[in-house]
Design a protein around this ligand. Structure first.
Ligand SMILES: CC(C)(COP(=O)(O)OP(=O)(O)OC[C@H]1O[C@@H](n2cnc3c(N)ncnc32)[C@H](O)[C@@H]1OP(=O)(O)O)[C@@H](O)C(=O)NCCC(=O)NCCS
Length: 163
């Protein structure tokens, strides 16, 4: 896989997803920004995966969190790709990586929240990867409430990947 920056054309070859470490916290918080990173806390680093740009000072250009829930399922959240590298498959790559990782850990399900719009990139990705739409109540039963209470069913959709 190889990716081109839309502004300068530089190539990112063979993007490698790595586990976040404590020293990534501030850069990661800045990268996630106010929406994707709302309420992001240090203890979540243990569940975060990163993608760094090997041609551009190793800056973070992609991230995803796979948060373990008490019933053996996972909540996949904080998936973000740097704007200049979007629409080249990195978002889908992060979803596939996280779901594959959850599967290796023996998970039963992976839950996801997206925006409501059918054309939202995350909606297109989860549909492509076979997610099933679920009610907010089912999500709230399985995922810690403090992580999902800020979402509303008017603006968001709720999904489950059966593994
Ligand atoms: C969602 C996000 C991670 C997708 O990243 P990405 O690298 O652009 O995604 P991909 O290139 O893998 O795109 C996968 C599919 O999404 C759709 N898509 C991506 N960007 C799109 C856009 N701007 N408009 C419409 N569809 C889009 C396409 O169907 C695409 O597949 P295709 O190119 O084969 O048609 C990225 O848009 C992002 O960081 N958004 C902000 C944070 C966010 O909303 N996160 C989702 C939380 S669950």
């Amino acid at each position: 896989m190889s990716l081109a920056c839309k502004s300068c054309g530089s190539m990112l070859t063979e993007p490698r997803i790595i586990q976040a470490v404590p020293s990534d916290f501030l850069e990661l918080k800045r990268f996630l920004g106010s929406f994707t990173g709302a309420g992001f806390e240090k203890h979540e680093l243990a569940h975060m995966f990163l993608l760094r740009d090997s041609h551009n000072g190793q800056k973070i250009v992609g991230a995803a969190e796979l948060f373990p829930c008490s019933d053996g399922s996972f909540y996949l959240c904080r998936v973000k790709v740097a704007r200049h590298l979007r629409r080249q498959g990195i978002g889908q790559y992060l979803f596939e990586y996280a779901i594959g990782h959850a599967q290796k850990l023996g998970a039963r399900d992976v839950y996801v929240v997206t925006r409501f719009r059918e054309t939202a990139p995350a909606v297109r990705i989860v549909r492509k990867l076979g997610a099933i739409e679920i009610s907010q109540a089912i999500l709230q039963k399985n995922v810690p409430r403090h992580m999902v209470d800020r979402y509303s069913s008017l603006q968001n959709r709720f999904w489950r990947f059966p593994l």
